[in-house]
Write a protein that binds this ligand. Sequence first.
Ligand code: FES
Ligand code: FES
Length: 161
Amino acid sequence: MTRINLTVDGAKVADDVEPRLLLVQYLRDKLGKTGTVIGCDTSNCGACTVHLDGTSVKSCNVLAVQADGAEVTTIEGLAATYDGGELHPVQESFRECHGLQCGYCTPGMIMQSVALLNENPKPTEQEIRLGLEGNLCRCTGYHNIVRAVQHASGQAEEMHA
Ligand code: FES
Ligand code: FES
C-alpha cells in the first residue's frame, strides 16, 4: 500500500492504496464519485475524463498514486469551479443544445470540453471536433455536442448565421 494525499472536488483526501489502483477506480470505489464513468478498458472512450491539476486526463489511464499531491476535478465538482449557478456554463450548454442522449459519454465530454475551452476560448468547429476526438459518443452523431461547445464559447449566433 502507498499513502496518497490529494484534493478531489475541493476536498482534501488521504488514503492507502494499492500501487496498481487506477485513478478512476479510486474516484468511484473509494470516494463514491460515480459521476465519472467507465466506458471501456482500453483508454479509448474518454468517458472517464477528469482534470488533474487543470489538465484533462483519462482517469482509467492514470494510477491513483500518480495523483498524489494533485488537485482532481470531476464532473461532480465542476460547477463549484465556476462562480454562479448550479451548473457550469458548459453543463448548461449541453443541456440547452441537447448535447446528450443516453448521457453515458457526457461527464467525459463536458470535462474535455471545459479543458478545450480553457485552452482555446473561441474554437472553430474543426478545432472542437479535433479537441473531442478522444471522446466517443454512440448516440448523438456529435452534432449537438459540437453545438453545445460553440454555444458555451459564445459562438452560437455565428454558427446559426
Ligand atoms: S473508461 Fe477511460 S477511456 Fe474509456
Ligand atoms: S449520449 Fe449516449 S454515448 Fe453519448
